[in-house]
Design a protein around this ligand. Structure first.
Ligand SMILES: [Zn+2]
Length: 171
């Protein structure tokens, strides 16, 4: 997932190509990147990601990542919400891409955010609708782990750990 460093180093205005500089615009807010030519304010916003808890066969669907960060580690399916995309649609799309399963969102489990991390993660509980579980895009392997077999030390992201812990504790 993109880190803060990737976005904090932008040098040029996307509107006019002028040089950006950091300026304090409001005392309670972080310094903003402001264009020294046209005054454009380049707000560095969080990115929204969605993840799916998919209960199946007395366990939960997990995928092993084929990309960095977290190559070779396990997560629940998910990914970034595109600009203009309905959040639940992104959840269904990302799950389809990574697991070849169609799911239906049931409820929001929780939202996770971390200091100095650009990505905010919305976790949903979903239910299986159709499809055969298999590794799709950006995925080395897709399988169901029983609730007692979850590979906690091999999980890539805190959000997957927290979402699974919360889901399991609520069962
Ligand atoms: Zn500019």
């Amino acid at each position: 997932m993109p880190g803060m460093q990737d976005v904090a180093t932008y040098k040029f205005c996307p509107q006019c190509g002028g040089r950006l500089e950091k300026r304090l615009l409001k005392p309670m807010e972080p310094r903003r990147l402001v264009c020294t030519v046209c005054g454009f304010i380049f707000y560095l916003d969080p990115k929204l990601s969605v993840i799916a808890v998919i209960p199946m066969d007395e366990g939960v669907v997990m995928v092993r990542r084929a990309i960095n960060p977290g190559y070779g580690l396990w997560v629940v399916p998910g990914g970034f919400v595109d600009l203009g995309e309905v959040v639940e649609d992104a959840l269904v799309r990302e799950t389809q891409e990574e697991t070849l399963l169609t799911v239906r969102p049931i409820r929001l489990l929780n939202i996770y955010s971390y200091p100095d991390h650009r990505t905010v993660i919305a976790a949903y509980v979903t239910e299986y609708v159709s499809g055969e579980l298999a590794a799709g895009d950006e995925t080395l392997e897709a399988r169901v782990f029983g609730f007692k077999e979850i590979p906690w030390p091999q999980i890539a992201f805190s959000s997957t750990q927290e979402a699974l812990r919360e889901y399991i504790s609520e069962r």
